[in-house]
Design a protein around this ligand. Structure first.
Ligand code: AMP
Ligand code: MG
Length: 479
């Protein structure tokens, strides 16, 4: 399909006018294509040739509007760093409509009624980060929004320095946030809150549509999806950095990529967001904070679901920093097939050992995926090998309870523990080049990120330990 033939649906606009504001997109000056993502294009039946269609740049720049589209910005509120903000909303995003279940959204397309004092823009740097990382997460098996392409421009915007403005086209099965529920609840719009819940069920939980108990079941599924999402983040060493309730997806997706980071050397308390002085959103806190955010969601629903039932559901989830979903993921990462009751102890011992060993989280698991009794490779990657040695004694003992052979275990682990993850220093390298007009590394990282478990000798550079000066460096929120 070409862009001219594409027709979008805008079912969100059938909701009450409080849900959104129609918005004008404000084009950037001298826009140019930075990248086109063929994998995402397939999801909405767009031809590969769209890459070369000048209308594609126009689509992202807001000078071409697909059939059926009526751009709008969505209303939401949210708890930011624990404090309630009643008026957030899409301050720099326009939603174009839905195709094949994917809601297309331009990020950086200019001011909206929700922009408050800000400029409605995003920059090349942040757009490349979001574009590449969302693709990487998808290929790592993590539920996430996707991205179709990026344009840059000659329009300048001020962040910590003057930067080139960009627009990234994002796609998501849902853009509804916990904060969307908060917006209606705290402004006492109870009819609209119920309408929102019905909309979310139709969009993200359609199997519940005719269920009398659908609101409770929707809440339970949000809890379960969130538990799985966070468990996947923890398993991969992904830190989101800004887990405000407005950045929590009602569909359990990774949403709003900002100062995120993949862990380099494993530091349990790693804070990837410089603005987060106390580590509210540190790696260690992500499970707790997701629980807190789910509690905030439950507080918006008492007119639809009994508080006691929600509290019970949350109790089942929140009693553990490590829910079952996490233990299962870690079992997979360790190649363990049999469930043994005290596996959590083995996992906790491992986290302590990784912390004390100063070892790269990704490289450790990839190396462990070939472990056959010879420990040399594992000692070589650790600054403090003795703690790895001590943990391997426990692991060896635990492996005795398994029925898999070394070879079988390796096979599974190599499909679970990625060889390639996008670390911040790699993204930085791509950004530096892109800001000079060279997009080759963006393309290369997009391709590498699409094959995280493959051995690609030509890309060995991107599987190496992070250079010392770049390890676990936090980022500022400014984007
Ligand atoms: P974020 O940190 O990107 O999740 O954004 C938090 C809130 O601030 C959302 O309501 C955004 O729409 C808004 N926002 C962030 N940056 C800008 C900007 N440059 N212009 C307008 N609104 C913004
Ligand atoms: Mg956000």
């Amino acid at each position: 399909m070409t862009l001219e033939n594409m027709t979008l649906q805008t079912s969100y606009l059938r909701l009450d006018e409080e849900f959104y504001r129609l918005t004008d997109r404000i084009p950037l000056d001298e826009p140019y294509l930075i990248s086109f993502n063929p994998d995402a294009a397939k999801l909405i039946d767009l031809d590969d040739e769209t890459r070369n269609d000048p209308q594609f740049v126009a689509l992202l720049n807001g000078t071409f509007t697909p059939q059926g589209s009526s751009p709008f910005a969505m209303s939401y509120a949210g708890h930011q760093f624990g404090n309630y903000n009643p008026w957030l909303g899409d301050g720099r995003a326009s939603n174009l409509g839905n195709m094949n279940g994917w809601n297309l959204q331009l990020k950086g397309s200019g001011e909206t009624l929700y922009s408050r004092m800000a400029d409605g823009r995003t920059v090349v740097r942040s757009s490349i980060r979001e574009y590449l990382m969302s693709e990487a997460m998808h290929h790592l098996g993590v539920p996430t929004t996707r991205a179709l392409g990026i344009i840059g421009s000659k329009t300048k915007v001020l962040r910590n320095r003057m930067e080139d403005a960009a627009i990234v086209m994002r796609m998501s099965p849902s853009w509804v946030r916990f904060g969307t529920f908060e917006y209606f609840y705290y402004s006492s719009q109870h009819k609209n809150l119920e309408m929102l819940a019905e909309y979310v069920i139709a969009e993200s939980y359609p199997h519940l549509k005719d269920d009398e108990d659908r609101f409770y079941k929707m809440f339970c599924e949000v809890v379960d999806r969130t538990a799985v999402l966070i468990a996947k983040w923890q398993g991969l060493g992904f830190c989101h950095g800004v887990m405000n309730t407005d950045n929590m997806s009602i569909a359990g997706l990774t949403l709003d990529y900002g100062p995120f980071s993949m862990m380099d050397d494993f530091r349990y308390g790693f804070i990837c967001n410089h603005t987060d002085k106390i580590g509210r959103y540190s790696y260690a806190e992500q499970p707790n904070i997701s629980y807190w955010n789910l509690t905030k969601l439950s507080e918006t629903l008492p007119k639809l679901v009994s508080k006691e039932r929600m509290a019970k559901k949350l109790e089942d989830f929140g009693a553990f920093i490590y829910p079952d979903a996490y233990i299962n993921i870690m079992r997979e990462k360790l190649g363990l097939d049999v469930e043994v009751e005290n596996d959590l102890e083995l996992i906790e011992e491992l986290l302590v050992a990784l912390h004390d060993a100063f070892v790269d989280y990704t490289i450790f698991f990839r190396t462990l995926s070939r472990y056959d009794g010879d420990r040399t490779a594992l000692y070589d990657i650790a600054m403090n090998p003795v703690v790895i040695h001590n943990w391997l004694e426990l692991y060896e003992e635990r492996l005795l309870q398994e029925t898999r052979s070394h070879v079988e275990r390796h096979e599974v682990m190599l499909k679970t523990n990625p060889k390639y993850v996008l670390k911040n220093y790699m993204l930085d390298e791509a950004i530096v080049l892109a800001e000079k007009g060279d997009f080759s590394l963006v393309e290369k990282l997009l391709s590498i990120a699409s094959h995280p478990y493959d051995e690609m000798p030509e890309h060995e550079y991107f599987a190496k330990e992070t250079p010392e000066e770049h390890k676990n460096r936090g980022l500022a929120c400014s984007s």
